[in-house]
Design a protein around this ligand. Structure first.
Ligand code: SF4
Length: 316
């Protein structure tokens, strides 16, 4: 992909294959190390190593109040790294405004994004109800940042949605770094129209009036991006994609002959019925777009949401 240079993604070091786990092992996610690495630069962090715990090291776990647990040795409760980890996480997370996403390691008391086991002071399991201490500070300091866990990225829908969010967020960061203007904000919104429609039509309709307002552009941008990231936070449904594809199809009605129209309709219908992946109608529309050069569609990110060779739309 040429348009967005050097997108950076934070990652738990063990998920990239570093042998930094308590037992000297790793949790390598081939999708990250072999595929995403072709397009993105990784910023790898092992919080436990960073606070001076060696490899191998004693295991630690979340203990006490699930909303505010302590990070304590699993077998030696005198080992308490809560304050060290919290300080490291807070300081580090505050500097990570240059990354566009983060891949965390599931279930870790430091890196887990959700469903991390918490224990009572007596050692009883309280359930998978915690968040790793590093992950918690990261998500608090960078609330817009797309964050996922290694295991969840094996799901084709979550994987596609994560990459889509990372690239969209990096476009936002680039726009902000180049200097925010009302015109740039309006262009950003216009070029994401069909992506937004495929994800959340209600929020799309709320965003239009925001970019059209005459107020302070920084304030508008702040309101805009929070809603924008909320809109694309979940994978788009087949129903919404189908509506979006049909909407785009309407732009070709003056150009296509009866045969092409019928073929396109059949392909969209087959996608809606689960008989074809999203890639097929999108490629077909892309082919017609190349041929008929419809201005309004040419720079829509719906056609190029992320690097094509990641093949993310094949499984949708
Ligand atoms: S889960 Fe986090 S703290 Fe644990 S080994 Fe991986 S990077 Fe280090």
């Amino acid at each position: 992909m040429n348009e967005t240079p050097a997108i950076r993604i934070g990652i738990s070091a063990c998920v990239l294959g570093d042998q930094v786990r308590y037992d000297g092992g790793h949790k390598r996610l081939p999708f990250a190390s072999d595929e995403l690495s072709r397009h993105f630069d990784f910023v790898k962090i092992c919080p436990e190593q960073a606070i001076g715990m060696g490899v191998p090291r004693p295991t630690i776990r979340l203990v006490g109040n699930p909303d505010n647990p302590r990070l304590i040795g699993s077998t030696d409760s005198s080992l308490d790294v809560t304050d060290k980890m919290t300080a490291f996480a807070r300081d580090t997370a505050a500097t990570l405004d240059y990354i566009s996403g983060y891949i965390l390691c599931a279930k870790s008391p430091s890196c887990g994004m959700e469903r991390v086991p918490v224990y009572s002071d007596k050692g009883d399991g309280l359930g998978k109800i915690g968040v790793g201490l590093f992950a918690k500070q990261l998500m608090a300091a960078q609330p817009l940042l797309p964050v996922e866990e290694n295991g969840r990225l094996n799901d084709v829908h979550l994987r596609e949605n994560f990459v889509l969010r990372v690239v969209a967020y990096s476009r936002w960061q680039t726009m902000m770094s180049e200097g925010l203007t009302a015109k740039r904000l309006q262009d950003f919104h216009r070029r994401h129209k069909f992506l937004l429609l495929a994800h959340n039509q209600a929020i799309y309709r709320e965003l239009g009036p925001i970019v059209a307002e005459a107020g302070d552009v920084n304030d508008l941008a702040d309101r805009y991006i929070h809603k924008f990231m909320q809109a694309i936070r979940h994978p788009a449904s087949i129903k919404n994609h189908t509506n979006t594809l049909m909407h785009i199809q309407g732009f070709f009605k003056e150009h296509l002959d009866a045969d092409d129209k019928a073929q396109l309709s059949a392909v969209i219908k087959d996608y809606a019925a689960g008989l074809l992946p999203l890639l097929v109608p999108v490629e077909m529309l892309g082919m017609f777009l190349k041929k008929y050069q419809i201005d309004y569609l040419l720079d829509q990110y719906y056609f190029t949401p992320y690097p094509r060779d990641l093949k993310l739309r094949m499984g949708l």
